[in-house]
Design a protein around this ligand. Structure first.
Ligand code: ZN
Length: 277
């Protein structure tokens, strides 16, 4: 059976130390966490950065600091992992959301394929113009997009950008289910999305909060190419136990192996995702 790609989404833009004391906020914490999840079995680290107050930011200097330190530590520890930088980590202009990609040229970046009312609290804006510019940037710099799908309509959008040449095929989709304003994290919803995937796609799934474990298990049942876990999406191991990124990766490794799936190394993940950097 094909190997499973585990993505660790380390912090997101919002998870606080109060919610999860080990969530990485500073550049040093991010770099050390990347090494730790790589050693635990993650092939991809999905990274957000924070400002000095701990809030999500898209400032290039914060990405530079975190990525340079991470690359340094990877070299020192002889650890490999695919670095995937968010393009949606706080209020920012379109240009600022792309600036760190042009400078740091990560192997992957997020591509949020549409706009939604995030958590019933703000507009998570990914305008048509931005999605064109982001697509062009990923092609120009040979960055593999993690096409994040929060809602059914976003698959239609992704298909549009594929057809127009802004997204190269084969695409890698990340279903992120359970964000209020998007689709709930249910078996039925994941099955529905999975059946609508463009041909030759690869895909991964994560569920938010209480949907985290059910979506991981459903992903395994449907033969997903990957699963995403981490404190960006969920801070609890069980209803009464706060967790860590490493613990969530280790659980995914155990469950995958029980389901007959071996874990993809970063090199194998590059092959599966056709990352040629
Ligand atoms: Zn993210």
């Amino acid at each position: 059976m094909k190997k499973l790609i585990i993505t660790a989404a380390l912090s997101g833009a919002g998870t606080s130390k109060k919610q999860a004391p080990t969530v990485p906020i500073t550049a040093r914490e991010i770099a050390e966490e990347v090494i730790a999840v790589a050693k635990a079995g993650a092939a991809i680290a999905h990274i957000h950065v924070r400002d000095d107050e701990g809030y999500g930011t898209m400032k290039t200097e914060k990405f530079r600091e975190a990525v340079e330190l991470t690359r340094e530590l990877m070299k020192k520890e002889k650890v490999d992992i695919i670095i995937n930088l968010t393009t949606s980590g706080g209020v920012a202009t379109d240009d600022l959301r792309l600036a760190h990609l042009k400078e740091l040229k990560p192997e992957m970046c997020s591509y949020d394929a549409g706009t939604m009312n995030w958590g019933n609290s703000f507009i998570f804006e990914n305008s048509p113009k931005f999605l064109e510019k982001l697509g062009e940037t990923t092609i120009k710099y040979n960055i593999k997009p993690e096409v994040e799908i929060f809602d059914g309509s976003m698959l239609g959008n992704a298909n549009y950008y594929i057809k127009k040449g802004f997204l190269k095929t084969s695409c890698h989709f990340q279903f992120v289910l359970g964000v209020p304003g998007g689709l709930d994290a249910t078996v039925r919803n994941l099955n529905f999305l999975y059946e609508m995937l463009p041909k030759d796609s690869t895909w991964s799934v994560t569920g938010i909060g209480k949907g985290h474990l059910p979506m991981l298990l459903t992903g395994l049942a449907l033969g997903a190419d990957g699963v995403r876990v981490g404190l960006e999406d969920n801070v609890l191991y069980s209803p009464s136990k706060v967790t860590t990124n490493v613990e969530l990766v280790e659980r995914a490794v155990r469950l995958a192996k029980e389901a007959g799936r071996e874990i993809a190394t970063p090199a194998e993940a590059r092959e599966i995702l056709n990352i040629t950097k």
